[in-house]
Design a protein around this ligand. Structure first.
Ligand SMILES: [Fe+2]
Ligand SMILES: [Fe+2]
Length: 273
């Protein structure tokens, strides 16, 4: 039995059809400032995928034909998430505009991190396991973030758009998770991957947007009983992977950076009509 049906996966890969969304209906429904701030952050991170790809292409990831094919589809789909969110923001009267820092520019720590990742990948044949678990964590937190945003925003056009994006994110998650599940069966791969995740993992977008925006978004989406329950669900799913039982992920990050359970400043209950 094949480990993963790539043909079936690729057959479902497509860009979001921007002509199918009723953009004209966007301004007919209010969008709270918190939602706009969250969307701007998400839009920036989605559009940053091409830069992540730059580091990935310097690793062993592209030596595996299955992973290389996946990455090509993944980049294409994520790019359209960025375009679709930009279009929504424009329709809502808050166009994205230019970034303060050009997207391609890296800080020295980012440059160094990319080089060290490339060196580790060259030296260690099982490197791909780390890439796959990293992707699985990031796709699942992204998917859950969109689900939370959809729940609190209650905007009909955004609802439809997020449904479409979430379908892609869940396919991305499935690929990474399945690959991680297979590759982490090697005990050394699982141990090294766990060590690196414990030491270095932070939510996707860390170091790309501002820290304040990341913390704001995390508090907005994952605080309060409902948000915390969703964060726990993310962690519980990832803990099923070999070597990741008891891994401290999204909830632990929330505790360290955002604050203890339930302290959401009332944002979780935010509704507007
Ligand atoms: Fe995405
Ligand atoms: Fe994704």
């Amino acid at each position: 039995m094949p480990a993963f049906d790539l043909d079936a996966w690729v057959a479902r890969s497509r860009a979001i059809d921007l002509t199918e969304i009723d953009w004209e209906a966007v301004p007919r429904h209010p969008v709270a400032p918190e939602i706009l701030r969250t969307l701007r952050y998400m839009q920036d991170i989605e559009s940053h995928t091409i830069v992540y790809t730059r580091s990935l292409l310097a690793t062993r990831a592209i030596a595996d034909p299955e992973v290389a094919t996946f990455l090509a589809c993944w980049l294409y789909e994520e790019t359209f998430h960025g375009l679709a969110l930009a279009r929504f923001l424009q329709a809502a009267g808050r166009p994205v505009g230019e970034r303060e820092r050009p997207r391609g520019s890296e800080s020295f720590p980012q440059w160094l991190e990319a080089r060290l990742t490339a060196v580790l990948s060259r030296a260690w044949p099982d490197f791909c396991a780390v890439h796959m678990i990293w992707g699985a964590i990031n796709e699942l937190t992204t998917l859950t973030g969109y689900l939370r945003l959809k729940t609190v925003a209650r905007h009909p056009v955004l609802d439809e758009l997020l449904e479409t994006i979430m379908r892609d994110e869940s396919r991305h998650f499935f690929f990474y998770y399945r690959q991680a599940e297979i590759r982490l069966q090697r005990p050394v791969a699982a141990r090294v991957a766990r060590l690196l995740v414990d030491r270095f993992w932070a939510p996707v977008g860390s170091g790309v947007g501002s820290d304040e925006d990341l913390k704001f978004m995390a508090r907005y989406l994952f605080s309060g009983d409902e948000g915390r329950a969703q964060a726990r669900k993310v962690d519980d799913t990832l803990r099923k992977l070999p070597g990741f039982a008891n891994a401290q992920l999204l909830e632990a990050w929330m505790d360290r950076h955002v604050g203890p359970t339930g302290h959401n400043g009332g944002l979780n209950g935010h509704r507007h009509n």
